[in-house]
Design a protein around this ligand. Sequence first.
Ligand code: CA
Length: 230
Amino acid sequence: MTKILVVEDEPDIFQAVQAILQRRNFEVVMAEDGPTALRLFYDIRPDLIILDLGLPVVDGWHVLSRIRDFANVPVIILTAAGRDEDKVRGLRSGADDYLTKPFSNSELVARVEALLRRAGDPHWTQPEFGDGQLVISPGRRTVTVDGLDVALTPLEFRLLSVLVRNAGQLLGVEQLLSLVWEDSSGIGAERVKYTILRLRRKLGWDDPSSSPIESVRGAGYRYKSVRSGS
Ligand code: CA
């Protein structure tokens, strides 16, 4: 069954789109905001995405650029009437087509079906790491959390990479010192602890009870992937 991810924060519009597409036997999955859209995008790997540009938290432009980092899945953007500049910008930013609100049922179906016919099998680039919440982009050393860019120092970046490469495994302080610090002489557990705290703060994961970077007293640190649910 062809899966369509609809990213739309207005329930009325979403429900209308869902009803039309389901009648055509498409499976429809909804996201109300950018972070949810990106998480679902990695999880369900949709065949097509309908993306509203005006979204809370992270706007549609940002979602579009994150999608294009990883896949050539067809994307139809929804633009508001009178915003013609969005159409041009959207097509330049990698959208395949656009629909101006309000649109008719037949227009929506025609665009979706035409785009699916044109699209081959979508090609996915494997991120260095990506679990929907945290994405480390290939080669570019960029890190995003829920679609938002996070600037890390080289040391923080190495620490995060080591933790996610060993997701689910407890890494001791000595292990982290040897894997992350170029010269770990004279550096102790306190330095590791503060670097972890700084990394968590930058990623927005301050709260120890919900942070994907878990600290185990006296033992070390562990990255818990959101996708694995571990
Ligand atoms: Ca909207």
